[in-house]
Design a protein around this ligand. Structure first.
Ligand SMILES: [Zn+2]
Length: 296
């Protein structure tokens, strides 16, 4: 997961706002069976091309990625941050049915993260759990439905919200691709277990990003030792690798939170994987020089 403030730059898409009457009825009656997938799947055709209005806006905002695991996902499912029909492990809770069409409750996710092996309907909280919507003069109080409302934030969810929280402060990574929670109230470690973010498939793909950097650094030293023995050439080759690391931090890249951590903690993640003390020292110095050159 990576933090993202872009959602608040966009108005909720029309299929959600146009569903106001249906939304009010569901909130009033508590009948979650009335929640309609046709609203999430509403389409429009522009220049002969059919697009899914809600899904495609979520895709755009989140760079075609699953918010939870940061895999590239061109056909994301629309996941409910607060589950709409039931809450895993809380039998008495009917689900947050009244948040069904609330924009800030919708998250693009991969199939795995949207099922019970991943995040599914899990939503553990630290604080007092909210069971009911708020009404004002008979109408649903919409501001209390926003994920950043005081009403809902009072629950103190364990699961981080990409638009509200700063996931970058809650996680670290090792050089095997394993993610770890680091914040004192354990929202990071709980988000990992809720979404199963250390499943083998993800660890393998995160590790391969680290491995590729190490291979490229080793290749630069091989050229230096075996072919030209030019320190300026070696420095230039290493700077190209560091530039790739920096590019990997862009939010549209898969697993960019790992890359940000590796870039900010080079000596912790990358250096130990280098073969010799000479390589480690030279590479660390070259990395420091790269940071100074680009004022990073
Ligand atoms: Zn995912």
């Amino acid at each position: 997961m990576i933090g993202n403030r872009r959602r608040f730059l966009y108005q909720p898409p029309l299929p959600l706002t146009n569903a106001n009457n249906e939304w009010e009825e569901i909130a009033r009656t508590g009948n979650s069976e009335k929640i309609s997938t046709s609203i999430y799947n509403a389409t429009q055709t522009i220049n002969g091309k059919k697009t899914y209005i809600v899904r495609d806006l979520l895709k755009k905002i989140y760079y075609n990625k699953c918010v939870y695991c940061e895999s590239i996902e061109f056909k994301p499912e629309i996941e409910h941050y607060r589950p709409k029909k039931s809450v895993t492990g809380v039998k008495s809770h009917p689900g947050y049915y009244w948040l069904c069409y609330e924009w800030t409750n919708l998250i693009p996710s991969c199939r795995y993260c949207n099922t019970e092996g991943g995040k599914g309907n899990k939503f553990p909280v630290i604080g007092h759990r909210v069971h009911l919507p708020i009404f004002d003069s008979g109408s649903l109080e919409k501001t209390s439905c926003r994920a950043d409302s005081q009403y809902l934030l009072g629950e103190q969810p364990y699961l981080l919200h990409p638009d509200i929280d700063r996931p970058e402060n809650c996680f670290s990574f090792d050089n095997k691709g394993k993610i770890k929670g680091v914040d004192p109230i354990k929202r990071g470690s709980n988000t990992i277990s809720i979404c199963n973010l250390n499943r083998d498939n993800l660890k393998y793909r995160r590790q391969s990003i680290v491995d590729r950097i190490v291979v490229r650094i080793n290749d630069a030293f091989t050229v230096y030792f075996m072919i030209d023995q030019s320190e300026p050439h070696l420095n230039a080759a290493l700077h190209q690798v560091f530039q790739e690391m920096k590019d990997n931090c862009n939010p549209e890249k898969p697993f960019s939170l790992l890359s940000i951590f590796a870039f900010n903690n080079f000596g912790l993640v990358i250096t130990p994987l280098l073969a010799t003390t000479i390589q480690k020292t030279f590479t660390n110095n070259a990395f420091d020089e790269f940071l100074i050159t680009y004022q990073l």
